[in-house]
Design a protein around this ligand. Structure first.
Ligand code: MOS
Length: 766
C-alpha cells in the first residue's frame, strides 16, 4: 500500500482538470470467464508435485549454504576463527565480513522509484559491527546442507558488547514524527479534536497494544543461484517482487540489465515478507565466489532472525460523540517501531482517516528507533492492527451509549472521504453491514455482556469494519502475442504466491481478447517478461489488468491496420471496434466481424505481438477508493479456564467486482484466519534485554491450525467499481482487516471483559 502516496508524488503536479474521470471498463458489463467459478489453472501442477519452487530447481554440482547469526544486538566482532569450519568435510567457502566482496546496500523502498525495494540499507557483511540481534555474521557453503549446517557450528566468534536500544518504553522518549507514512502524510489535524473530546456528550479514550509479529509463510525463503562466468546471473527466488529485484540485483552486482534473470513462477505465500533481504545478496555473492550453483533455504529460525515482521504498537484511540452518537472528535496516534535503516512505517492510523465522518480529527504516529531487524509489510500493514484499536474503541463507545454497535457505525458513515473530501468511487459499507448482519443472525445478539451461557461457556457476538486502499501501480507492462490459430499468450512478470493471479489474469485476458479460456495462456514469474511491479499493497490484480488493457488497445490498432481494405472491417477505426468472439468486431454493427485467424492469414502473418504499459493510475488521485470489510464473530469463553473457542466467523466485503469466486473466497478466508492468529495467538516473544527473538519456530509462535479455525462464511456486494480495471479492487489484505476487533468485541460481549492488548490469551480473561 505504498502506492497512493507514490502516485501522488509522481503525478501530484497534474492539474485536476487533466485527470480523466476513469471511463468504466467495458468488460464490467461484458464478461464471460470473469466472475465464473474457475479452479486454479496451476492446481493440477501443484497437487502433482510438478510446480517447481525456488528451492527445488535442479542443478549439477549444487552447493548449499547456511547462515550464522549474531547473538548480540549491538557491538563488534573482536575475534573470528573460521579454520575449523573451513577444514570440515565438504566445506567450500566460509564467507565473513573479511571475505565478502565490497558491495552497496540496496536502496530503501521508495515512493518515486519502483525498482527501489530494499527493506534495509544497513551494510551486508561489510564490517565487524553488529547492529541487531540475528544479523548475519557468516555464510557457510558446502557440498551438502548437513555439511554446511555442521561447519557453521564450528565457527568461533567473540564479540565486544555494547548496550543496545531494545526497550520499547525507554526508546519512546526519543521517538520521531516523520512527515510521511510512505503513502500519506503522517499528521492530520482537522478542527480542535482535543477540545471537542473534552466537551463531548460521550467519550472513550484508551490505549491499545499489539505485539511484535513475524512472517510465517509455509514456504521458507529460498533461492537457487546460477552464475555464468562473472557477468551473467540467473536467480530462482521465492519473491513477490521479480522485476524490481532484478533491477536492484543488477545494480548491486554491476550487471547489465539483460544479463540477469529472476525467476519465480510459484511462491508458497508471501504476505509482505518475501521481498529483498540480505540472504539473497549473500547467496548470490557466495555463488559468484565459488563458481558453482548455490542454494540457500532459510531455516525457520533464520526467517525470524533476518526477515522483519510487524512492529509492536501502542495506540491511543479517543472518540467523542454528541447525544445522537455523531462523532465530534476522532483521535488516533501512538508509537510503533521503525529503525532509521528500515522502510516500513507501520501505518496503523491509515484506516481511521477514511472509516468515519467526524467533526474533528487529530492523527499522528510516533516512530520508535530500536536496534532490531527492520520491520516490514505484513498483510494489511497498519490497518490490521490499527483497526483493532479503532474498532474496539467504537464498540466501547456503543456499549457506553447503549446503542447497537452497527447502528453507531452507520450513523457515522461518511458520504465522501472524511479528510480529503474526494468522492468515493464506489462505497457500499452500509449494504455490507446489512447483508452480513442478516446472514450472521446479528439480531440474536444480547447487548448485555455475559447474558448468554451454555454450561461453563459464555457466548458472545462482535463485529468490526475495516478499509484498505485501492492501488494500481504505474509502470506495469504486458505483452500479447496473438497467433494465426486464434490462440493467445499474454505475458508479464507478475507474481503468483498462491492467491490465484495466474488463473484470474488468464480469465481476464480471455475476456479482453474475446477468446475461450482454453485458448489463452498467461505467463508470469520471469523478469525476462515485460515488467510488472511487485505483488504488494493488494495492487497486483489492478496493475496487471491495466497493463493488459493497454496492450489490448494497441492490439486493436495493429489488427485494424492488418485487416486492410478487403476485410468486413474496412473503413472502421480502432475506436469503432472491439475484440469479441475470437476476432475484431464493429461496436455498432455485430455483423461486421472478422476472426483473428482470417485477419492474420490474409496479412500473411503467423502471429502479431504488442507490448504496452498501463495508463497512469489517475483514478487514485480523483477518487477515494477503498476495499471494505465487515467482520462478524461468535465465540465462547470458558468461565473456568478463560479458553476462547471461536464458533463462527463471517466476512462481508465490498471490494468491487469479484473476478473469481473460488480464489477470492480462499483469499478472504486466508486473511480472516490470519486475523484469528492476530487476535488470539500470534506474538513474537522479544527479550528486551538482549533484543533476541525467543520463539523463532512454528512450535513456539502460534498460528492457527485447522482445529482453531471455525466455520467461516464469506460474502460480498460484488458491486463493480466504475473507476478500476474490471471494476475490481484489491482483496489480498482486506480479509485480515477488522478481524482482531471483531474477536475482541465478541469477547467483551461474552464476558464483559475488555481486552485492549493482543493477543487475547486466556490469562487476560481470568
Ligand atoms: Mo502485502 S503486506 O503488500 O504482501
Amino acid at each position: 500500500n505504498a502506492i497512493v502516496g507514490s502516485v501522488r508524488t509522481v503525478l501530484g503536479w497534474m492539474p485536476s482538470q487533466w485527470l480523466p474521470g476513469g471511463t468504466p471498463d467495458p468488460l464490467i458489463e461484458r464478461r464471460a470467464a470473469i466472475g465464473r467459478q474457475a479452479s486454479r489453472l496451476d492446481g493440477p501442477l501443484k497437487v502433482a508435485g510438478k510446480a517447481r519452487f525456488a528451492a527445488e530447481v535442479i542443478a549439477d554440482r549444487l552447493s548449499y549454504a547456511t547462515l550464522v547469526h549474531s547473538p548480540i544486538a549491538r557491538g563488534r566482532i573482536t575475534q573470528l576463527d573460521t579454520s575449523a569450519a573451513e577444514s570440515a568435510p565438504g566445506v567450500i567457502l566460509v564467507l565473513t565480513h573479511r571475505t565478502m566482496p565490497r558491495i552497496e546496500s540496496p536502496a530503501l523502498i521508495s515512493m518515486s522509484d519502483f525498482s527501489a525495494v530494499g527493506n534495509s540499507d544497513l551494510p551486508i557483511l561489510q564490517d565487524a559491527e553488529i547492529r541487531y540481534n540475528g544479523q548475519v555474521v557468516a555464510v557457510v557453503v558446502a557440498d551438502t546442507q548437513e555439511q554446511a549446517d555442521h561447519a557453521a557450528s564450528l565457527l568461533t566468534i567473540a564479540y565486544a558488547r555494547e548496550e543496545p536500544a531494545t526497550r520499547f518504553d525507554d526508546a519512546k522518549a526519543k521517538s520521531r514524527t516523520p512527515d510521511s507514512l510512505l503513502i500519506e502524510r503522517n499528521h492530520v489535524s482537522v478542527g480542535k479534536a482535543e477540545r471537542e473530546l473534552a466537551q463531548a456528550a460521550h467519550r472513550v479514550d484508551n490505549l491499545y497494544r499489539t505485539p511484535w509479529q513475524n512472517h510465517n509463510a509455509i514456504e521458507l525463503h529460498a533461492l537457487t543461484v546460477f552464475w555464468e562466468g562473472e557477468d551473467a546471473l540467473t536467480v530462482h527466488d521465492a519473491t513477490q517482487m521479480i522485476a524490481p529485484s532484478a533491477a536492484v540485483l543488477a545494480k548491486i552486482f554491476g550487471l547489465k540489465k539483460d544479463r540477469i534473470r529472476v525467476l519465480s513462477p510459484f511462491v508458497g505465500g508471501g504476505f509482505g515478507g518475501k521481498g529483498l533481504w540480505d540472504h539473497q545478496i549473500l547467496a548470490i555473492a557466495a555463488a559468484r565466489l565459488i563458481g558453482r550453483p548455490l542454494r540457500l533455504v532459510l531455516s525457520r529460525e533464520s526467517v525470524y532472525r533476518i526477515i522483519g515482521g510487524r512492529s509492536p504498537t501502542e495506540q491511543r484511540v479517543a472518540i467523542g460523540a454528541d447525544a445522537e452518537g455523531r462523532f465530534t472528535a476522532l483521535i488516533h496516534g501512538g508509537h510503533s517501531v521503525m529503525p532509521t535503516y528500515g522502510a516500513c512505517p507501520e501505518a496503523y492510523t491509515l484506516g481511521s482517516r477514511s472509516l468515519y465522518r467526524a467533526k474533528s480529527f487529530e492523527i499522528l504516529q510516533h516512530h520508535v528507533e530500536l536496534d532490531v531487524v527492520p520491520n516490514t509489510f505484513m498483510r494489511a500493514p497498519g490497518e490490521a492492527i490499527g483497526s483493532f484499536a479503532m474498532e474496539s474503541a467504537v464498540d466501547e463507545l456503543a456499549h457506553r451509549m447503549g446503542i447497537d454497535p452497527i447502528e453507531l457505525r452507520l450513523r457515522n458513515e461518511p458520504e465522501r472521504h472524511p479528510i480529503s473530501g474526494a468522492p468515493f468511487s464506489q462505497h457500499a459499507r452500509r449494504q455490507a453491514f446489512t447483508d452480513g448482519a442478516e446472514r450472521f443472525g446479528w439480531g440474536r445478539r444480547q447487548s448485555e455482556p455475559g447474558a448468554r451461557c451454555d454450561g461453563e461457556w459464555r457466548i458472545g457476538m462482535g463485529c468490526a469494519t475495516g478499509s484498505f486502499p485501492y492501488a494500481r501501480m504505474p509502470g506495469a507492462a504486458a505483452r500479447i502475442t496473438l497467433r494465426r490459430d486464434g490462440s493467445a499468450v499474454v505475458a508479464c512478470s507478475a507474481q503468483e504466491m498462491g492467491m490465484g493471479t495466474s488463473t484470474v489474469q488468464t480469465q481476464h485476458a480471455a475476456d479482453r481478447l474475446g477468446l475461450p479460456l482454453s485458448d489463452v495462456i498467461f505467463e508470469l514469474g520471469d523478469s525476462a517478461l515485460p515488467a510488472a511491479p511487485m505483488a504488494g499493497g493488494s495492487s497486483q490484480t489492478a496493475s496487471v489488468a491495466g497493463a493488459i488493457i493497454a496492450a489490448a488497445e494497441k492490439l486493436i490498432g495493429e489488427l485494424v491496420r492488418l485487416a486492410g481494405n478487403d476485410s468486413p472491417l474496412a473503413g472502421l477505426r480502432a475506436g469503432e471496434v472491439r475484440l469479441v468472439d475470437g476476432g475484431v468486431g464493429s461496436i455498432e454493427d455485430a455483423k461486421r466481424h472478422e476472426a483473428y485467424s482470417s485477419i492474420l492469414a490474409r496479412a500473411g502473418r503467423e502471429e502479431v505481438t504488442v507490448t504496452a504499459t498501463g495508463s497512469p493510475p489517475l483514478e487514485m488521485l480523483k477518487y477515494a477508493m477503498h476495499s471494505t470489510s465487515v467482520v462478524f464473530c461468535e465465540l465462547r469463553v470458558s468461565d473456568v479456564t478463560g479458553e476462547i473457542r471461536v464458533d463462527r466467523l463471517l466476512g462481508s466485503f465490498d471490494c468491487g467486482t469479484i473476478l473469481n469466486p473460488q480464489t477470492a473466497t480462499s483469499q478472504f478466508k486466508g486473511g480472516m484466519i490470519m486475523g484469528l492468529g492476530l487476535a488470539l495467538t500470534e506474538e513474537t516473544l522479544f527479550d528486551e534485554r538482549s533484543g533476541r527473538i525467543m520463539n523463532p519456530s512454528l512450535a513456539d509462535y502460534h498460528i492457527p491450525v485447522h482445529l482453531d479455525v471455525p466455520e467461516i462464511e464469506v460474502m460480498w456486494t460484488g458491486i463493480p467499481d466504475p473507476r478500476s480495471p474490471l471494476g475490481a479492487r484489491g482483496i489480498g489484505e482486506i480479509g485480515i482487516t477488522g478481524v482482531g476487533a471483531a474477536v475482541a468485541n465478541a469477547v467483551f460481549n461474552a464476558t464483559g471483559k475488555r481486552v485492549r492488548e493482543l493477543p487475547i490469551t486466556l490469562d487476560k480473561l481470568l
